[in-house]
Structure formats: structure tokens, C-alpha cells
Design a protein around this ligand. Structure first.
Ligand SMILES: [Ca+2]
Ligand SMILES: [Ca+2]
Ligand SMILES: [Zn+2]
Length: 744
């Protein structure tokens, strides 16, 4: 489920080094708003422990600064154009066009930590074929790209030596970037094609006597972990201990008195966390209140609540995230709070490779970025509709209007999806985005051109499925809209049936999220199942029958969607008994395998070692699968295990984080999310991606190195591979909360 995210424009590797897909820089405009999401917070690793290979014998923090080789240097081009090469032992940057901004052309490399209070000296030699300005930067590698050192110098046709100095005033940054902006500077005359030369670039720590301790971790990792929101009165309640002790106490935080003493049992060797986990059952605590767990040797847990309504506010906030992600409309202050804004992305978009314009306004912004992707939003819409189908009691509208809030919210995205269908062919466009990821600004401040990317089979299959699903759900509220959805679904089906292998690849020049998928059997299966449920037509039944012959498609992700189809078929009025039995047997088998995995896991979850990009979505998806299976083939083990997955997401995990912003005691405060970065305030109710042992951003590489897989999480906006948010991560969270909440 890895999603290539947040990356940038034209990345040219100056010389062959191993990392061709390394995530890169975005814009470095000095006019960006200063965000509160600076790198002041770190994970368990202190900023002073840097990867060993970055330490260079002579103390130079810059690698290959003498340009004996081109290795380690990169070019970033916002809208300029250049080529780089070695020339007589110097770096020669041949600039064809400077572009329109200072970072129109940039050369850079990622460097070891710069620590607060420390003094650094930077020196280099430079000359150019035309006198010009250059901006020398040591900057944050993400977030608002704040420049810790941000100094303009004039480079002349005569070779000169430059000496600059940085005393780090900002909090320590464990993974900064050295960059030279060679784009357009207002003070420069018009520059035609020219060349700039650099050599002997050196950055050294010269004085660490003023070093402050701000680089030290502020994160609390507890040895006793619980769901930081808490538990409903009659839930099973188990604390997970990391380490050894024999007895635990439950303390009422109001009276500070012990209300229960229990035995610590079990010992599970947990290779994903490097711990031995033990357990304490305090299910007998059913009186509403706030408590914490304490032992003699392991300290205390974060506090938690026991109350039947413990998940109600969380559900409201998790659902409100979707309102805050709405595109193409003004967001009101009463629902969007500090993140209210004028209508964004309302201009017509151009269909890639044509002059044709299309109105594709509306829908939800996908994630930390403002792209809108058909397959991503299909999963999100499906989860919310499933939440309504399975857990209607908690999803009813508090205002008691005829349309439940969740149904209203989903419709906002469905109206957009309808616009993404090509009316002539029935095929559905894969996404609408800018060519590149946007700056860290509010969405209504983005003015870049919108491009509609080509039709894909996965988008068209998902569209057919979601629209067919919607036709049943909206019928009681708006029959006309329901039949519009069904007609669109059948049209999309015809297209995808005839074009099942139109796999999506980012077109030339478009580098936003790709959401590629080269197996569309599951998308067609899901579509056929939903269309069969909606229409009862033999054509769809025949397709499902055929599709199940080898293996029943599985998955509740954006890329694998089979289980959505299975649920639809198993709840279809006219389901064929034999086919249903095959599908149900496969679902039960798959869910039983999840139970086996969960039993072997220290924290009771079923993802085994899959701590990948968006691992929290896998956790939530597996819980949905267990609850869906329970509806069709009741088993208290499914329900109990699913609840353990929710406990994990809300704090009962080895990094002691409630992974939903604003909830619990220790939660993400610096997510990679543009409206949160632009306002300096984090929207509550957002589930972050969570631990990712592949270390897929520079910050993660610097601070999470050598940690066990389940501990590879950093609450930092630069760590987009562990700390981004996404609509299709929040949607399974909404489903889970709606299952356990009392009322919306
Ligand atoms: Ca040299
Ligand atoms: Ca697929
Ligand atoms: Zn927008």
C-alpha cells in the first residue's frame, strides 16, 4: 500500500548513485509562511546520533565538496533548466533558464544534523560566466523549508573564496539540507544562458560549547501501554507491559487511590518491537472514570477513561476531517475552525495531452497534498458507506434531518467522481492534480494549472463499484441521484469490461501520486458484485462466478479491493448459494488467518511484520475485515481481535502514541498535512500513516535508523512516510469508531 508521496519536480541525479527515486525537495521560497511545525520534536533517537557514514574524517559535513566526483549532489528544478557536469575539478552548472523564482534551479545534498547553539563555518569557491546572485542555504528538509542559513552572495566572473557562518538558533534538525539557489533573483539583470562554477565546498562544526539540550527527545515511550482514549464499560480491558513485573494496580486519577490489583501474565517475545510483552486484565473496572495503570518496576501508563461514550467525540472529529478536506467549496468556520478557507481549485482543468477543459471541481483533497485521485477517494467513500450500512445507529444525524451526515459527506465526493467520468466512453479519469506537489499553503492560495490524467481501468472499475453501491444507499433519500449513480456505474462497467488492462502510469511531467495498479481483476470483481447487488442482472452474476473460480479476490485497500466485492455479493438479495458459499468460505479462511497472526503478536494486531508506508491503514482495514466477517459468520474472536486493533491505533502500541491527532495524551502534533502546516495548527481527528520500517524520507532515515520495525515512527512533518494523513486512512478509522461509538 505504499504511496509515493510528496515528492518533487524534476530530480536529476548528477551522477549515478543508488537512490534514483529518493524523495526530493519542493520549493524553497523564502516567502512561505513560517509554520509551527518545526523540527523541535524528535523520536527516541537524539539528534546527536547521526548515521556513521555521514561523518567525514576531516570534519567536512559536505560530501564530495571538492568535486573529485559528482556523487552525492543533486539538482532540483522548479521551473528553470540546467545541466551539471565536472569541469577541471569543479562543478559546472550550465543554466539554460533560471525560471521565475529563486529556486528555479537548485543544487543540493542532504547533510548531517545541525544542532541548536552550535556554530558552523561554510566556505566555498565560485565564479560564473555572468555576474549573478546565488542564495546559500542550510534549510529544513520538508515542512516550510525554513532556512537556518539563508544568505545571498554575488558570484562574479572572477573566481572568489566565500566564508559564511551559521550559529544555529532554531531547534536542532537531525536531517537538514544544504542547497544553493541559482534561479531568478529580482536584483539580477536578465540572465541568458550562462555557467556557474563551484569548488571546495566545506561545512564544519567550529564551536559546540553553546549547544543546548533541545535536541533531546521530548517523546515519552511508556513501558505500560493502553488505549489512551479508553474503554467502554463492558469491554475487555488489557494493558500491555514491556518488561517484567508481577503485579499491577489500577489507580483512579481523581482520588489517586488504587481500585484494583491484578497479576501480570504471559510473555510474548515481540520481534517487531524488540520487547517482551506481558499483560494485565482489568476488565472488572466498569465504573465510569479516569484511571491509569501502575506497577512497581515499570512506572505508569498514560491515563484513560472508562465510559460507554468514550469513542463518540473521536468519531465526530474523524468524520469532520472529510469536511476539512473538501475541495472546490468555501469551508465554514463553524465546521472547519481555524482551517476555514475560500473555495479552492475551482478553475477548469485541462485533460492531459489535449486542449480540452473539464469542470472537475469538488471532491476531497487526498492527503497532505491537494490532489484528487479516483481510486483513493473510492476506497474512502466505500468505507464511509460501509460504516453507514453496518453501523447506522452511531451514524445518524444529530440534527435529525432526513439525510445522515455521513451520507451527505460521501455525496460531496460522489458528485466529483461523476464529473471524472468521460461522458462519451464511460471511462473514468485517474486523477486531477497540479503537475507537481504544491507549496505548504492553504488550498485556496494554490493557483497552479490543474491537469486531468488519463483514464485507467482501476479508476473505472472502482468508480463502477462505488456508484453501484451508492445507488442502493441513496435510493431512500434521493431516487433521482440514485438512478444517476447506477447509470454511470453501468456505463463505466461497459468500458472497463472492454478495457481491463489500461494500467495507469504518471504521464510525462506529472509527478504527483501515481496510485498505479497492474492487477485490476479485483476492481472488476468488486464492480460486478456491487452491480449484481444493485440490479440482480445475470451478466454480473456470471462475471462473479467466473472471477471466483481460481481465487476469490481480497483486500480493502486502494489497490486491492476484493473484500468490498465479497461483502456486496454476500449481502445481495439474489445471491447464488453456491457462489456465496465459495466467497464466504474464502472470507472466513482469510479472517481466521488474521486471528492466528493477532494471537502471535505482542500487541494483538494482525499485520505481522508489514510495517510499511501507511501501516496504520492495514491495521484498520484488517479490523474492518474481521467485523464484516463477524456480520456474516458471527465469532466473538473476530470482534475481540478487531477491538484490539482499535486499541493499538489509539495508544496501545510500542511507541506510546495515540495515532489520531488531538486525541488521547500523546498524539501527532506535526503531521505532513498542508492546511495544518500553513496555519501552524493541526486539525484534530486525523489518523497518521504510522510506523514504516522502510525509512522512505530523509528525516526517517536520519532518526529512525536501527530501530525495530514497529518503532519506526516520527512525529515530524518532514517524515511524510510515517506522519502523513490521508482520507483513506481516516475512512477505516471512521468505520471502526462508528462500530464502537454509541451515537454520532
Ligand atoms: Ca576541486
Ligand atoms: Ca487491484
Ligand atoms: Zn482544493
Amino acid at each position: 500500500m505504499k504511496k509515493l508521496f510528496s515528492v518533487l519536480l524534476v530530480l536529476t541525479l548528477l551522477a549515478t548513485s543508488g537512490c534514483a527515486t529518493a524523495p526530493v525537495q519542493k520549493d524553497v521560497s523564502s516567502s512561505l509562511p513560517v509554520s509551527s511545525a518545526v523540527s523541535s520534536q524528535e523520536t527516541a533517537v537524539s539528534s546527536s546520533s547521526q548515521p556513521a557514514e555521514q561523518a567525514v574524517a576531516d570534519g567536512n559535513m559536505i560530501k564530495n565538496g571538492d568535486f573529485g566526483k559528482l556523487r552525492d549532489w543533486f539538482t532540483y528544478e522548479m521551473d528553470g533548466s540546467s545541466d551539471s557536469a565536472l569541469a577541471d575539478g569543479e562543478l559546472e552548472v550550465s543554466i539554460k533558464s533560471v525560471g521565475t523564482v529563486e529556486h528555479g534551479v537548485q543544487i543540493y545534498q542532504d547533510i548531517p544534523a545541525v544542532d541548536q547553539g552550535c556554530k558552523y563555518s561554510l566556505s566555498f569557491d565560485a565564479h560564473a560566466t555572468a555576474a549573478r546572485t546565488a542564495d546559500i542555504r542550510i534549510q529544513m528538509n520538508g515542512g516550510d523549508y525554513k532556512g537556518y542559513l539563508d544568505q545571498e552572495v554575488t558570484i562574479t566572473t572572477e573566481k572568489k573564496h566565500y566564508d559564511l557562518e551559521l550559529t544555529m538558533a532554531d531547534p536542532s534538525d537531525p536531517a537538514p539540507r544544504f542547497a544553493i539557489n541559482l534561479g531568478k533573483f529580482e536584483k539580477d539583470a536578465e540572465l541568458g544562458a550562462h555557467k556557474v562554477y563551484f569548488d571546495n565546498i566545506s561545512l564544519k562544526l567550529v564551536d559546540s560549547s553553546g549547544k543546548t539540550s533541545s535536541g533531546v527527545s521530548k517523546v515519552k515511550t511508556m513501558l505500560i501501554n493502553v488505549n489512551q482514549l479508553g474503554y467502554r464499560a463492558n469491554d475487555k480491558k488489557v494493558a500491555v507491559f514491556s518488561g517484567e513485573d508481577t503485579k499491577f494496580e489500577v489507580i483512579d486519577t481523581k482520588t489517586n487511590k488504587s481500585v484494583f490489583t491484578g497479576d501480570i501474565t504471559g510473555a510474548v517475545e515481540n520481534s517487531t518491537t524488540g520487547e517482551t510483552n506481558r499483560y494485565g486484565d482489568f476488565s472488572s473496572i466498569t465504573t465510569s472514570g479516569t484511571y491509569l495503570i501502575k506497577t512497581a518496576k515499570l512506572g505508569e501508563s498514560f491515563p484513560f477513561t472508562v465510559d460507554d461514550k468514550v469513542y463518540d467525540t473521536a468519531l465526530k472529529e474523524a468524520l469532520n476531517m472529510f469536511y476539512c478536506q473538501r475541495c472546490g467549496t468555501k469551508l465554514s468556520g463553524d465546521k472547519a475552525g481555524a482551517w476555514a478557507h475560500e473555495a479552492c481549485h475551482t478553475q477548469a482543468a485541462t485533460i492531459f495531452g489535449t486542449d480540452k477543459k473539464l469542470d472537475v471541481s469538488g471532491g476531497w483533497h487526498d492527503a497532505g497534498d491537494y490532489g484528487r485521485y479516483t481510486v483513493a477517494s473510492a476506497k474512502a467513500a466505500a468505507d464511509l458507506m460501509l460504516a453507514w450500512q453496518l453501523n447506522p445507529a452511531s451514524m445518524a444525524n444529530p440534527a435529525a434531518s432526513s439525510i445522515p451526515g455521513v451520507i451527505d459527506e460521501v455525496r460531496y465526493n460522489l458528485e466529483w467522481m461523476l464529473k471524472m467520468q468521460d461522458t462519451a466512453s464511460g471511462g473514468v479519469y485517474h486523477k486531477v492534480t497540479n503537475a507537481v506537489f504544491e507549496k505548504e499553503v492553504m488550498p485556496d492560495k494554490v493557483t497552479d494549472a490543474l491537469i486531468v490524467s488519463p483514464i485507467s481501468s482501476s479508476a473505472t472499475g472502482d468508480f463502477a463499484a462505488v456508484m453501484a453501491m451508492a445507488s442502493g444507499i441513496y435510493k431512500p433519500y434521493d431516487a433521482k441521484f440514485a438512478s444517476k449513480c447506477l447509470a454511470a456505474a453501468e456505463k463505466a462497467w461497459k468500458y472497463v469490461k472492454a478495457n481491463p488492462q489500461q494500467y495507469f502510469k504518471n504521464p510525462e511531467g506529472i509527478v504527483t501520486g501515481e496510485y498505479g495498479d497492474t492487477n485490476t481483476a479485483d476492481e472488476l470483481y468488486w464492480a460486478a458484485c456491487e452491480l449484481f447487488k444493485a440490479t440482480g442482472k445475470a451478466e454480473y452474476n456470471d462475471y462473479v462466478k467466473e472471477a471466483c473460480k481460481s481465487a476469490v479476490p481480497e483486500g480493502l485497500g486502494w489497490q486491492s479491493v476484493g473484500t468490498y466485492g465479497s461483502y456486496a455479493y454476500l449481502t445481495a438479495e439474489k445471491a447464488d448459494k453456491d457462489i456465496a458459499n465459495t466467497i464466504k468460505a474464502a472470507l472466513v479462511k482469510s479472517s481466521d488467518a488474521l486471528l492466528t497472526r493477532a494471537k502471535a503478536d505482542g500487541y494483538g494486531i494482525s499485520i505481522a511484520t508489514d510495517y510499511v508506508w501507511g501501516s496504520n491503514m492495514l491495521v484498520a482495514n484488517n479490523a474492518i475485515q474481521l467485523l464484516i466477517t463477524d456480520k456474516l459468520s458471527p465469532n466473538s474472536g473476530y470482534r475481540e481481535t478487531a477491538e484490539n486493533h482499535l486499541h493499538y491505533l489509539l495508544g496501545r502500541n510500542s511507541v506510546s502514541y495515540c495515532f489520531v491527532t488531538g486525541l488521547g495524551t500523546q498524539y501527532p502534533t506535526n503531521p505532513h498535512h498542508r492546511p495544518s502546516l500553513a496555519t501552524g495548527k493541526t486539525i484534530p481527528g486525523m489518523l497518521v500513516g504510522g510506523p514504516n520500517s522502510a525509512l522512505e524520507d530523509p528525516y526517517a532515515k536520519a532518526v529512525l535508523k536501527d530501530l525495530p520495525p514497529a518503532k519506526c515512527y516520527a512525529d515530524n512533518s518532514q517524515s511524510y512516510s510515517t506522519n502523513e494523513v490521508d482520507i483513506y486512512w481516516n475512512s477505516p478509522l471512521v468505520f471502526l469508531l462508528s462500530y464502537y461509538a454509541k451515537a454520532y
